[in-house]
Design a protein around this ligand. Structure first.
Ligand SMILES: *Cc1c(COP(=O)(O)O)cnc(C)c1O
Length: 416
């Protein structure tokens, strides 16, 4: 059994000396909620409502269509891309903010297959996030069934890359277990076999240091509404390494990726650089909210974010295992070593769904992932040590008292 855990008072002291403690002020959080779902929907930055009002009433309402030029609306996809670049080890001009993660995956994979036309396999991980696999399946259909999706367990990826592999598609942090891939090592293994590497950074961007250029990654995509705090359905991002941009072929060749959108030419000519990854008119209100979200992350030091994220996860695991014990029915589903985890901790429980509903009823908000995963995300900008302590105590109490065993906690809502 694990060693004794810090007391609640010791957690309050950790919060007092936490160099990130001041960042929590930037968020509007309900006082009676411990929010451990920033990995699914980041919290609301306090600047967002005012920013949205400015853009809607001040810009849209006053300057109407002139705002595209006057307020720089047309520049937002690449301007925000440059901000995200700072968080993922990319250069200015390598990232665009556009569409959803799913759609950007389609674009990146299509481009990778065009660059590697002799090879027919897209290699991914068993248990990758479903949209990633669905998008590959749709792409293979769209290309006339000339390619194959191969999935292997995470540990076998490096060994499974071979001369048939056109691209390796992986999510750096597994959405269920939180297990973290070594981005540089896997990218190297892909390249040694002549494959291109596509990373999904949905649970990495804003949560841990990522160095795409250091790893010589080829393509990446990621989410705006998770650790980047961009709001529900925020636009996503796509990274194309500069060395591939001249050959990057966007299958959704819309006018905003054209070299001269307002020349209205009949033939598509791709823009130079990352702008060719764009397709249609950008969602300005959503981009305005995302920019405010990005600024909350850019205001903090990523090394501190990562250190606190690991400490919060460790604290939560120790608490649950120490106080809950084996009889709790909770088993750790995440790597115990924080260096091998993203910013979430997952436990399995046979009655995971009602357990999570009972926790949410007590104001501890995590989420449930079928079939039996209780998932707790630790967004270090606004989650405190005492929150991890209180959440663990609530979880232990819910399972020890079977507080979850009530009909109202077993009714499944459409979103879990
Ligand atoms: C959240 C998530 C997505 C989301 O894709 P959308 O197109 O924004 O719905 C994609 N991939 C992974 C790995 C995710 O965790």
């Amino acid at each position: 059994m694990a060693a004794a855990v810090p007391s609640r008072e010791e957690c309050l002291e950790l919060d007092r000396v936490d160099p990130l403690a001041g960042q929590r002020e930037a968020f509007a959080l309900p006082t009676d909620v411990i929010y451990l779902d920033g990995n699914s929907l980041g919290a609301l930055p306090k600047t967002v409502p005012e920013r949205l009002t400015t853009v809607a009433a001040g810009e849209w309402g006053q300057d109407l269509i002139g705002s595209w030029n006057r307020h720089g609306w047309i520049d937002l996809p690449l301007k925000l891309g440059d901000k995200i670049a700072r968080l993922i080890g990319a250069q200015p001009g390598e990232v665009a903010v556009t569409e959803s993660t799913s759609i950007n995956l389609f674009k990146a994979l299509y481009a990778a297959l065009e660059i590697n036309p002799e090879r027919k396999v897209i290699l991914s991980e068993v248990g990758n996030f479903p949209t990633d696999l669905y998008i590959v399946q749709g792409l293979i259909r769209a290309l006339g069934h000339r390619h194959e999706l191969r999935t292997v367990p995470a540990a076998d990826i490096a060994a499974a890359v071979d001369r048939d592999t056109a691209a390796v598609l992986l999510t750096q942090v597994n959405y269920r277990s939180g297990a973290l891939h070594d981005l540089a090592a896997v990218t190297r293994a892909a390249h040694e076999a002549g494959a291109l590497m596509v990373w999904d950074l949905a649970h990495s961007a804003g949560a841990l240091p990522v160095d795409l250029n250091g790893a010589e990654a080829d393509f990446a995509v990621g989410c705006g509404y998770k650790y980047l705090n961009g709001g529900p359905g925020a636009p996503a991002f796509i990274f194309v390494a500069r060395r591939h941009q001249a050959r990057f072929s966007n299958p959704l060749s819309g006018w905003l990726g054209h070299a001269a959108p307002f020349a209205f030419e009949p033939e598509y000519r791709p823009a130079a650089g990352i702008a060719r990854a764009l397709t249609g008119t950008p969602p300005i209100l959503a981009l305005a909210a995302l920019e405010a979200g990005l600024d909350t992350v850019l205001a903090a030091d990523m090394t501190l974010i990562r250190a606190k994220s690991m400490a919060l996860g460790d604290l939560f695991i120790r608490m649950v295992e120490w106080a809950g014990g084996e009889r709790s029915g909770l088993t750790l589903a995440s790597p115990r070593d924080a260096r091998q985890r993203g910013s979430q901790v997952s436990f399995r429980h046979h009655d995971g769904y009602p357990v999570m509903q009972a926790l949410i009823a007590r104001g501890v908000v995590g989420d449930f992932r079928a079939p039996d995963i209780l998932r707790f995300g630790f967004a270090p900008l606004y989650v405190r040590y005492v929150d991890a302590w209180d959440a663990a105590a609530a979880l232990i109490d819910v399972v020890a008292t079977r507080a979850w065993d009530r009909p109202e906690f077993k009714h499944r809502a459409p979103v879990t």
